[in-house]
Design a protein around this ligand. Structure first.
Ligand code: SAH
Length: 342
């Protein structure tokens, strides 16, 4: 069975022509698929024989809510979704003043091996299809009854390790006949696959690139992020500058604050010196502790001191506001707990 929901409009047009159907049917099917229809029978403006032909050859992958947790504090919703083949992924629905944002997963599991991250503990299961990325947003909209205006690719998985499907998703989600979410309201977070950052820059999309830096030098970065053995900090920062130059978008750096490991003033100085003069923003994330590792969360005080120190270099930095503090399982933990239970 072919995944019809991941198809771009020209591809659907080819399908229609192969079935001897007029071109406009492609647009009709596209609209149904992107209004979250999960079966062909409900596509009431299509002739019955077309619906049957589609049913025989195509599938519409979706996600089902396995469990969800709703924060009593701010209404953040954390979903554990089940995919058609029984894999599990997580997504988070967040309410901000400027609108609702969903954090989606791009892979089931991850093979990047970052030492502080729960998503990678059992390696990569598989890449998600573009349709499965869209479905996370649609499922959250349906469940909450609210419109989603922004997306962050910061859930499980490394988006740039699933490049083709992610790019397809970015094209589909932006379509005015689809979810119609503007690229300026989308952030893609990467641990720093330099070659694919360059490829992405050449696509000239207006999405925000968010880079998980977490350490200002190779030596320290290698101890917490295996990808640092492949690409140096200098190469990574070079690719970010290129991305900025080509797209005109400022890079956002994520920096996890791990007590005694990444939160010292010496490291703040080193980071400040390296980023000074570039068009960036630093997002400091006091780490969520995971039980499989003994990294400790940096204190509020040390986070505040780190911000101040960076500001001394003319760099804007903020400490990530914690949404859903009462349900806060670190990324990947819901799935792990579920796997342990079953
Ligand atoms: N693979 C991508 C996106 C997914 S992770 C990336 O690496 O950017 C989204 C962000 O959460 C990344 O910055 C990641 O390093 C961070 N992260 C992972 N585990 C964390 C934890 N336990 N505490 C705080 N941040 C974490």
């Amino acid at each position: 069975m072919t995944d019809i929901k991941s198809m771009l409009l020209p591809e659907l047009e080819e399908v229609m022509s192969s079935l001897g159907q007029p071109r406009f049917r492609a647009g009709q099917v596209f609209k149904w698929l992107h209004s979250a229809y999960t079966d062909f029978d409900g596509m009431s403006n299509l002739p019955k024989d077309l619906r049957n032909a589609l049913k025989e050859n195509y599938e519409i992958p979706g996600v089902e809510i396995e469990t969800k947790q709703v924060s009593a504090i701010d209404g953040t919703v954390k979903y554990l979704f089940r995919l058609n083949d029984g894999e599990y992924i997580e997504s988070v629905f967040m309410r901000y003043k400027h609108g609702n944002t969903v954090c989606i997963s791009t892979q089931a599991g991850c093979r990047m091996g970052c030492k502080f991250c729960a998503s990678t503990l059992n390696g990569l299961k598989r890449n998600l299809k573009a349709s499965e990325m869209l479905s996370q947003i649609q499922a959250a909209e349906k469940d909450t009854g609210e419109r989603v205006g922004g997306v962050v690719l910061m859930g499980m998985g490394e988006p740039l390790d699933n490049y083709d499907n992610v790019l397809r998703f970015l094209k589909l989600v932006n379509d005015k006949n689809g979810l119609n979410i503007g690229h300026r309201h989308i952030s893609l977070s990467t641990c720093g696959l330099v070659d694919n950052i360059k490829r992405l820059a050449d696509e000239k999309l207006q999405i925000t690139l968010s880079v998980s830096l977490h350490a200002p030098n190779d030596e320290l970065r290698k101890t917490i992020m295996p990808i640092a053995n492949k690409y140096s900090v200098a190469e990574l920062l070079g690719a970010c500058r290129e991305y900025e130059k080509i797209t005109g978008r400022r890079t956002s750096f994520e920096y996890a604050l791990i007590a005694g490991v990444t939160d010292t003033m010496e490291l703040a100085d080193e980071l400040g010196k390296k980023l000074k003069g570039s068009l960036c923003h630093v997002n400091l994330i006091p780490i969520n502790e995971i039980k499989e590792r003994d990294f400790k969360r940096a204190s509020r005080e040390s986070a505040a001191a780190f911000v101040k120190r960076l500001e001394g270099y003319g760099i804007t930095a903020t400490v990530r506001r914690k949404l859903g503090a009462d349900i806060s399982a670190a990324c990947g933990q819901l799935r792990d707990e579920h796997n342990e239970r079953s």
